[in-house]
Design a protein around this ligand. Structure first.
Ligand SMILES: Cc1cc2nc3c(=O)[nH]c(=O)nc-3n(C[C@H](O)[C@H](O)[C@H](O)COP(=O)(O)OP(=O)(O)OC[C@H]3O[C@@H](n4cnc5c(N)ncnc54)[C@H](O)[C@@H]3O)c2cc1C
Length: 447
C-alpha cells in the first residue's frame, strides 16, 4: 500500500484525499509523456483507495472555469492533504499514551557523553529552570537546527552538512469554488500549487531559496510574495494581487547538503547519520525528509538504533502502519458519517461546529462534546465556533498554554477571529495559565 494511503487510514480526521489538476499547455512535456508518468505513479506506487488519474477537458470541466486558458486538456491525479501542526501534536499525544514524557517549551542546552550514557541539560524556556537527564541514545531531530545541535550542543565534528532552503506560502480569499487543487508549471521550471484552504481561502506556494540566519525568524519576503502572485496570475483569469494576500507563512527545509547547485535541486530524501564511538552512546541525526515519509523515517531510525537497546525493546518491526493516531479510530472514508452521528447525538449543536471538531479531533471530539445538548453547554463562545470546552480540552490534553497555541499551532482559527475576539481569548488564557501555575506551586508546597 502506498504511504499516503497508510497515513490517511491512521488519521482520517486530519489527512484526506486531494485531487490535483495539472493543466497542459505548450511548453510543458508532451501530453502522452505526462499521462505515462501519472500512469506509473498510479500503478507502481500501489494505489488502492485513492481515485486514479484521469484526463479532463477544461472546456467542459468546472476546473477550467477560473483559468485564463479554459480550453485544452488537464490531468487530474490524487495526493493527500495533512493538517501538519495537528499531525505533530497527535504524534506527541500518542507517544505520551505509550509512556513517553513530552516536555514542550524545553530546549536542549548541552549534551555530553559520560560513562556510556548521555548527560543532557534541558531548560524550560518559560521559567529558565534547568535540569539534567540521562539517556542511552540521543536523536537529533531538530529540523533546521540539526546543524546547530551538532555543533553547538553536542560539539561534534561531523562533516555532514545541512542546506537550509526557505519556502514561503501566501493565503488569499478563495480564488475558485470547487474542492480540487491546481498544480502549475512556472516559466522558471518550478511548480507551484493552489489549494483550497480553511474553507474560505486559497493557499498558494511555494518558493525555494537558500536561507541564512535563524530559522525561527524566517518570514516570506516581498519578492517571494510577488513571485507567487505573478506565477498564479499566469494561470488564473483574475490576477492574484499582492494586496489580496491575507496571511503568509514560511518554513525552512533542513535538506542534506548534497552539493546541488540550485536550492530547488537539493535532495528532499531523508538522510540518517549515526555517530557511536566505540559502539556506545549513539547520536542519530536526521537531515531532510518529507511529512509524507515521516512514519517510515521513524521506523528506519529505530532500526538503526535497535542494536543499542536490550533485545526486544526496539526491534518490533513495522507496527506503526497499524497504529491509529488519537481520534483516528473511525473508517477512513467515513468522516461525514462520524459528523452525522455526533450531530444526531448533540442535536442542539450546529453541524458546522461539530464538523470542525471532527476534522480536528476525530472520535475524541466526544471528549469536548461530552453530554452537551446545546452550544450554551460548551461555555463561553470566543468566536468562529471556538468554545470554552474546546480551549479547556486543548489546555488539558494538547499542551496549549497561549492564545497563539490555540489559534495557530493547534488550529488555524487565527485566520478567522477578529481582534476583539482574540483579546477576550487572551484574557481567558492568561487566567487559566495563572490557575495552572498556582496549582503547581500549591502541589509543590504540599508534597
Ligand atoms: C516550505 C515547505 C514546504 C514543505 N512542503 C511539504 C510537502 O508538501 N509535503 C511534505 O511531505 N513535506 C513538506 N515539507 C517538509 C516538512 O515540512 C518537513 O519534513 C517536516 O516539517 C520536518 O519535521 P521535523 O519534525 O523533522 O522538523 P521541525 O518541524 O522543523 O521540528 C524541529 C523541532 O526541533 C526543535 N528544536 C530545535 N533546536 C532544539 C533544541 N536545542 N532543543 C530542543 N528542541 C529543539 C524545534 O523547536 C522544532 O520544534 C515542507 C517544508 C517546507 C519548509
Amino acid at each position: 500500500m502506498i504511504e499516503r494511503e497508510i497515513l490517511w487510514r491512521l488519521a482520517p480526521h486530519i489527512i484526506w484525499p486531494l485531487r490535483f489538476v495539472l493543466p497542459h499547455h505548450k511548453g510543458l512535456r508532451p501530453a502522452w509523456l505526462l499521462r505515462l508518468g501519472l500512469f506509473i505513479y498510479d500503478h507502481l506506487g500501489g494505489r488502492k483507495l485513492l481515485p486514479a488519474t484521469r484526463t479532463l477537458s477544461l472546456k467542459r470541466d468546472p476546473a477550467g472555469v477560473p483559468l485564463k486558458e479554459a480550453g485544452g486538456i488537464a490531468f487530474e491525479y490524487s495526493d493527500c492533504w495533512v493538517e501538519d501542526a495537528r499531525l505533530v501534536v497527535l504524534n506527541a499525544m500518542d507517544a505520551r499514551e505509550r509512556g513517553a514524557i513530552i516536555e514542550t517549551r524545553h530546549r536542549l542546552v548541552s549534551a555530553d557523553r559520560a560513562d556510556g550514557l548521555w548527560s543532557l541539560i534541558i531548560e524550560d524556556t518559560r521559567s529558565g529552570a534547568r535540569k539534567t537527564i540521562s539517556a542511552r541514545v540521543l536523536v537529533n531531530a531538530a529540523g533546521p537546527w540539526v546543524g546547530d545541535v551538532l555543533s553547538g550542543k553536542v560539539r561534534s565534528n561531523t562533516t555532514a552538512k545541512v542546506r537550509l532552503v526557505q519556502g514561503s506560502h501566501i493565503v488569499v480569499r478563495k480564488v475558485f469554488e470547487h474542492d480540487r487543487s491546481y498544480i502549475f508549471q512556472n516559466q522558471d521550471g518550478r511548480i507551484i500549487f493552489a489549494i483550497p484552504y480553511e474553507r474560505d481561502f486559497t493557499l498558494i506556494g511555494t518558493t525555494d531559496r537558500d536561507y541564512q540566519g535563524d530559522p525561527a525568524k524566517v518570514v516570506a519576503t516581498d519578492e517571494e510574495i510577488a513571485y507567487l502572485c505573478a506565477a498564479a496570475s499566469e494561470y488564473f483569469a483574475k490576477p492574484v494581487q499582492t494586496s489580496d494576500v491575507v496571511w503568509t507563512y514560511s518554513g525552512v527545509r533542513p535538506l542534506y547538503d548534497d552539493g546541488a547547485s540550485k536550492a530547488q535541486e537539493a535532495t528532499r530524501d531523508y538522510v540518517l547519520t549515526l555517530d557511536a564511538p566505540g559502539d556506545k552512546t549513539p547520536l542519530l541525526s536526521i537531515f531532510g525528509g518529507k511529512i509524507t515519509t515521516y512514519r517510515r523515517l521513524a521506523e528506519a531510525a529505530l532500526e538503526k538504533l535497535a542494536p543499542f537497546f536490550a533485545p526486544g525493546i526496539a526491534e518490533k518491526k513495522g507496527w506503526t502502519a497499524e497504529a491509529r493516531l488519537p481520534g483516528g479510530d473511525f473508517p477512513q472514508e467515513d468522516y461525514e458519517g462520524l459528523v452525522s452521528q455526533l450531530a444526531r447525538d448533540h442535536a442542539g449543536i450546529s453541524r458546522p461546529l461539530i464538523a470542525r471538531l471532527v476534522r480536528a479531533y476525530g472520535t475524541r471530539a466526544t471528549d469536548i462534546l461530552k453530554d452537551a445538548k446545546s452550544e450554551q453547554d460548551l461555555g463561553t463562545l470566543f468566536g468562529s465556533n471556538l468554545t470554552q470546552r474546546e480551549v479547556q480540552y486543548l489546555i488539558a490534553n494538547e499542551w496549549a498554554q497561549t492564545t497563539e497555541d490555540v489559534l495557530w499551532r493547534r488550529s488555524k482559527l487565527g485566520l478567522k477571529m477578529s481582534k476583539s475576539e482574540v483579546t477576550v481569548l487572551d484574557a481567558y488564557m492568561q487566567s487559566e495559565h495563572l490557575k495552572i501555575q498556582r496549582g503547581v506551586e500549591l502541589g509543590e508546597r504540599t508534597e
